[in-house]
Design a protein around this ligand. Structure first.
Ligand code: NAD
Length: 337
């Protein structure tokens, strides 16, 4: 039976991987995306399947309510967000509006709409809600949320709302928390694309502080698969961790990218471009997720090996300079009146 899924943020980086994963299994996908500077219709243009793009804001109550009235959604996958930590430090307002108020609007619309018996609301979230770790240990699903950046605090707020809409109203929400993502179509503002783009132009590769921070990396296609596993097999009211166990210090990651670039595009000393800059305010030292119980419960295992995935991602950026050019100059699309 064809299922109809409302996917918010589907024109962004991870959202577009989710559109592809849903479309390939025959689901009908209604993408609700504001097309901010981070979301572009070119990210989903070529995807085969039943995909409808609605350009609009998740915080627009009339629009969201009308969408729920028009479609009998089997699920909402809520991936729309303001997603860049640095932007949240320089200006937090859009993070509060989209990540908190927007999530509230969606939860309310879902609560008030007629729903199929198998309806699920997936709140796509992040390991950053937990705060920071030292060299040892992992975040478990019972770890207290102690978010440090405005971005992380806004995502933690949204997670609290999703949990409470389950506990109070019985809306079948499921929260997924994923580690750092990489892959094709990631916005040039983010670490990996930024390093690739700068390196190709012979520009400095700015590494925050000493680059000692540690992140866990997963391919966006694996994140999408994990979210679909949570949609299919997750239990309402639960939290699931999606991760890879692939931890790396930021400086080691940038160095590895330089090694890969030297093989793919020889002729420049990429390593010499690495420059240490003032550290990000409140920069979390390390994130790492306890993934075993979640992956077991969902029957999920990431399939992309980190170094191969990184090489493929690099090759994608090398082959798609027109995409990069478009995104660098793009300021977002205004919603049609
Ligand atoms: P992104 O910035 O690439 O894409 C976000 C998308 O949301 C864009 O298409 C944008 O236009 C859309 N959007 C923003 N505000 C909107 C609004 N008010 N209404 C409708 N659409 C709006 O982000 P991403 O990296 O693809 O992240 C997707 C989701 O995954 C987010 O919820 C993020 O918190 C979560 N996440 C990301 C990572 C990561 O490493 N990137 C890790 C864990 C979780």
């Amino acid at each position: 039976m064809t299922r109809t899924i409302l996917l918010t943020g589907g024109a962004g980086f991870i959202g577009s991987a989710m559109v592809a994963a849903l479309a390939v299994r025959g689901d009908k996908v209604v993408v609700l995306d504001k097309l901010t500077y981070a979301g572009h219709r070119q990210n989903i243009d070529g995807i085969k399947g039943t995909v409808e793009l609605v350009v609009g804001d998740i915080a627009d109550g009339a629009l969201v309510t009308a969408l729920f009235a028009k479609h009998a959604f089997n699920a909402v996958i809520h991936a729309a967000a303001e997603s860049h930590v640095d932007n949240s430090i320089s200006g937090s307002t859009p993070f509060i509006q989209t990540n908190i108020l927007g999530t509230h609007m969606l939860l309310e619309a879902a609560r008030n709409a007629p729903r199929t018996h198998d309806f699920r609301f997936i709140q796509v979230s992040t390991d950053e809600v937990y705060g920071a770790l030292g060299d040892k240990g992992v975040f478990t699903r019972d770890t207290l949320m102690q978010p440090n950046s405005p971005y992380a605090a806004s995502k933690a707020s949204a997670d609290h709302l999703a949990r409470s809409w389950f506990r109070t109203y019985g809306l079948p929400t499921i929260i997924t928390r994923c580690c750092n993502n990489y892959g094709p179509r990631q916005h040039p503002e983010k670490l990996i694309p930024r390093m690739i783009i700068n390196a190709l132009k012979g520009e400095k590769l700015p590494v925050y502080g000493e680059g000692k921070q540690i992140r866990e990396w997963i391919h966006a296609d694996d994140h999408a698969r994990g979210v679909l596993a949570a949609l299919d097999r997750g239990v309402p009211g639960e939290v699931y961790h999606l991760g890879s166990g692939e931890e790396m210090r930021n400086l080691a990651l940038v160095t590895l990218l330089c090694d890969l670039l030297a093989k793919e595009r020889p002729g420049r000393d990429y390593h010499a471009l690495i420059t240490h800059v003032a550290d990000r305010l409140g920069h979390d030292y390390r994130y790492a997720l306890d993934i075993e119980s979640s992956h077991r419960a969902l029957g999920f295992k990431p399939s992309v090996a980190f170094e191969q995935g990184l090489k493929d991602t690099l090759r994608w950026y090398l082959a798609n300079d027109a995409w990069v050019e478009t995104m660098v100059n793009y300021k977002g699309e205004r919603r049609a009146a």
